[in-house]
Design a protein around this ligand. Sequence first.
Ligand code: NAI
Length: 283
Amino acid sequence: MTIEQVMVIGAGQMGAGIAQVCAVAGYSVFLHDTNQESLDRGYQRIEGNLKKQVDKGRLTLEQMEGALNKLIPTCRLDVAGEVDLVIEAIIENMVVKKELFKELERVVKPSTILASNTSSLPITEIAAVTDNPERVIGMHFMNPVPVMKLVEIIRGLATSDEVFSQVEEVTKRLGKVAVEVNDFPGFVSNRILMPMINEAIFTVYEGVATPRAVDEVMMLGMNHPMGPLTLADFIGLDTCLSIMETLHDGFGDDKYRPCPLLRKYVSAGWLGKKSGRGFYQYD
Ligand code: NAI
């Protein structure tokens, strides 16, 4: 099977980025969200990003128009019946993701691949709610999707070799590098990154230093391009908390316990850049 028609579910920061790179690579793309406002915002973000690329001379006007013509925003889920590959990028919540995968199986073709962009949830568990777990796989893009080269490809216990190699092929066509990892909480990227971010939050919580000081230490002292708290705001503090909870539940070790300050910010609605406030304030 050749993959030509893709559907991206969830038009938030990740979904919009994934839809953008798929359309630029020449795939026909449905971008779906249950929330019309999020869908409109996602589409506008893609348009804005592509215009910037044209201004910088990285894309021609024709390429931008070509990509936008390939992209159809929709609130309908049943269009999944027309696609070869679904990439799910909705909120990081196992219950909601399982519901969606169950629903998807009722509409998609037998050959359709179901990929999840989850940053930490077990692919095997998501796949287990479907009748065909061999077609379920993790395709973990990095943020911001148009810029970052890596896609972690996660095999569930039942993922077939054919599905794996097709997803590897798509990743190459997107101009990205696929790295295969096994299905364990947080995979590789967030198992290593997120405890560092959580520790940075503990450092602020315990009054050791201000957020700015923590970020400066890590940037100037460790050569990180961005401090861990700026990065946490950028990822979304709700997503950071979900990932820490997945690591804590999955490994049971206290070193993965989410910092109470992270919980407090999330319950206050301080979700980072996307909500205008996190460790820093945004316009
Ligand atoms: P976001 O909060 O920006 O976007 C989520 C979108 O999903 C929203 O537009 C929401 O309306 C929509 N949505 C929620 N439930 C839905 C449903 N049942 N059907 C259709 N749409 C639905 O979240 P973000 O940051 O884009 O994250 C999405 C996924 O990507 C999560 O699984 C997250 O863990 C993962 N991820 C996030 C990264 C990050 O840096 N934020 C990096 C890599 C992966």
